[in-house]
Design a protein around this ligand. Structure first.
Ligand code: 5AD
Ligand code: SF4
Length: 439
C-alpha cells in the first residue's frame, strides 16, 4: 500500500509531514509521488492566507473523481486549516469522500483513524485536549538537514495572524529531549540541524529551571563534530543579546537570522500588536551586525494591512533599504476570520495591495542584487544539500549566512562541506565552482 502527503505552508508543516510519514510507514504504507497512485492521501494543510486555503480546497475537490474510481482510497485532511473553527464540520458535510479530519493537535490519533478508515469508518477530531506532540517515529526527508521542534504554538496574537488559534499556546519541549534528538541526528550523519518554533526566542519561559533559548543554543554549540545549527523564527521583541552572543561565540551556529519585521511603520506595528517600533527593530539589526559582521538577515513583510497609508508603506520601503536583508518573503495581507484585524476599518483595496507588493519586491530585489555582487570572486563554505533539478549535474547548497549557491558536481557530494568560489551573481541566484573539499 502506498501513501502520498500533500504538504502546504511552512517548515513546521514540512516537519509535521515527516511525522505523518513515520506513522504511515509504521502501518506498512510506502511513500509514492502522486495522489493518483496512492492508497492513502494525506493533506497537511495551511491557513495563513486565504489563497493557501482556496488552493487546498481545490486540490481536495479534485480527489472526488479519483475516489469514485478507487473507493478504498483513504483521504485525510490534517494540519492548520482543519483546526479552524467550523472547518471539520464543513468538510464532513461537503466532502463526503474525506475519511479523516484531524487538527494540529491530534496527529497522534492518525494511526487509529487510518485503521478505522480501512474499515470504512470516518474519523473527525480537532479537540485540543487530545494533544500529544512527542514520541513520533519520523521519516525524515530533508537530509543533510534535520528539523527539530523546540517549542510549539504561539502566545503573541499578532492581530492579523491565525496561528495562535490553530496551534494553541506556547509549549517548550524539555531541553533533555531536544538534546537527545540532536545528538542522535548527528550520530546518524545529519550535518545541519534547524531548530523550529513560531518564536524560538521565547523557548524555556514555561520550563522550571530557568532554561532559555540562549542556554539551549550554547548546549548544542558545545557539541563536538562538524555540523551547522540554524533556527527559525525569531520574534524581534524577544531576541536577546545573549542569543546574538551565542551565535557569535560558537562556529557551529550559523550567522543567519530570520527576523520578520512585517512593516516599517511604527503605527502599523502597533496595530499589528508586534510590540516593537521601527526604531527598536533597526537598532536590533545594528546590534546584530555589530557582533556578526557577515550575518545574513532575512525577513517576512506584509503589505496592505488595514489602514496602511502610502506613507506607512514608504516607511516599509525605507526600512528594507536600511536593514539590507539578504532576502525577504513578501506577502499581501489576507483577512483571516477570527483575528482582530479582520474587523478593522480601512481594509485596503486589492489593486493598492498589488501595486505595493510589486514595488516592495522590486526594492528588495535591488538590495539582494547588491549583496550578491559583493560576493563575486569570494569563497564561502557551503553544505551540499541536493540537486538543482533544472540543470544537469548541478547541486546546490547554502553559505553559512543562508545564501543559496549552485555549482557543478555529482550527488555523491550531498551532505559534504565544500568551499565554493562565487563566479556569477547577477540576481538572487548565485553560481560558483568548488575550489576545495572540506570533509
Ligand atoms: N496575511 C498575510 N500574511 C500573513 N502572515 C501571517 N498572517 C498573515 C496574513 N493574515 C505572514 C507573516 C508571517 C508569515 C509566516 O506569514 O509575514 O511572518
Ligand atoms: Fe503569528 Fe505573530 Fe505568532 Fe508569528 S508571532 S505565529 S505572526 S501571532
Amino acid at each position: 500500500m502506498k501513501y502520498f502527503i500533500h504538504t502546504y505552508g511552512c517548515q513546521m508543516n514540512v516537519h509535521d509531514s515527516e511525522k505523518i510519514a513515520g506513522i504511515m510507514e509504521g502501518l506498512g504504507y510506502e511513500s509514492c509521488s502522486s495522489a493518483h497512485n496512492a492508497d492513502a492521501v494525506i493533506f497537511n494543510t495551511c491557513c495563513i492566507r486565504e489563497t493557501a486555503e482556496q488552493k487546498i480546497y481545490g486540490h481536495i475537490g479534485e480527489l472526488k473523481k479519483v475516489k469514485r474510481a478507487k473507493p478504498n482510497m483513504i483521504v485525510a485532511v490534517c494540519g492548520c486549516m482543519s483546526q479552524q473553527t467550523g472547518v471539520a464540520d464543513k468538510i464532513k458535510e461537503s466532502y463526503p469522500f474525506v475519511d479523516i479530519v484531524l487538527g494540529t493537535s491530534n496527529l497522534n490519533l492518525l494511526r487509529e483513524a487510518v485503521l478505522s478508515a480501512q474499515n470504512k469508518k470516518r474519523s473527525f477530531n480537532v479537540d485540543f485536549r487530545q494533544y500529544n506532540e512527542e514520541d513520533f517515529a519520523q521519516s525524515r526527508t530533508s537530509f543533510p538537514n534535520a528539523w527539530v521542534n523546540i517549542n510549539y504554538g504561539c502566545n503573541n496574537f499578532c492581530t492579523y495572524c491565525i496561528v495562535p488559534y490553530v496551534r494553541g499556546r506556547e509549549r517548550s519541549r524539555r531541553t533533555s529531549d531536544i538534546m537527545a534528538e540532536v545528538k542522535s541526528l548527528l550520530a546518524q550523519g545529519y550535518k545541519e540541524i534547524t531548530l523550529l518554533g513560531q518564536n524560538v526566542n521565547s523557548y524555556g519561559h514555561d520550563l522550571p529551571y530557568g532554561e532559555s533559548f540562549a542556554s539551549l543554543l550554547k548546549e548544542i554549540g558545545e557539541l563536538d563534530g562538524k555540523f551547522r545549527l540554524r533556527f527559525m523564527t525569531s520574534h524581534p521583541k524577544d531576541l536577546s543579546d545573549e542569543v546574538i552572543d551565542a551565535v557569535a561565540a560558537y562556529p557551529n551556529i550559523c550567522n543567519n537570522i530570520h527576523l520578520p519585521v512585517q512593516s516599517g511603520s511604527t503605527e502599523i506595528l502597533r496595530r499589528m500588536n508586534r510590540r516593537y517600533t521601527r526604531d527598536d527593530y533597526l537598532s536590533l539589526v545594528q546590534r546584530i551586525r555589530a557582533k556578526l559582521p557577515d550575518v545574513g538577515i532575512t525577513t517576512d513583510i506584509m503589505v496592505g494591512f488595514p489602514g496602511e497609508t502610502e506613507k506607512d508603506f514608504e516607511d516599509t520601503l525605507d526600512l528594507v533599504k536600511q536593514a539590507r536583508y539578504s532576502s525577504a518573503f513578501c506577502f499581501i495581507y489576507s483577512r483571516r476570520k477570527g483575528t482582530p484585524a479582520y474587523s478593522m476599518d480601512n481594509q485596503i483595496p486589492y489593486a493598492v495591495k498589488r501595486d505595493r507588493i510589486t514595488r516592495l519586491l522590486a526594492c528588495q530585489n535591488e538590495v539582494t542584487k547588491e549583496i550578491s555582487r559583493n560576493m563575486l570572486g569570494k569563497r564561502y563554505e557551503v553544505l551540499v544539500e541536493g540537486a538543482n533539478t533544472h540543470y544537469a549535474d548541478t547541486m546546490c547548497g547554502r553559505t553559512e549566512s543562508g545564501r543559496l549557491v549552485n555549482f557543478k558536481c555529482d550527488d555523491s557530494y550531498i551532505g559534504k562541506f565544500v568551499i565554493v568560489e562565487i563566479e556569477q551573481a547577477k540576481s538572487a541566484t548565485l553560481w560558483g565552482s568548488i575550489v576545495k573539499e572540506r570533509q
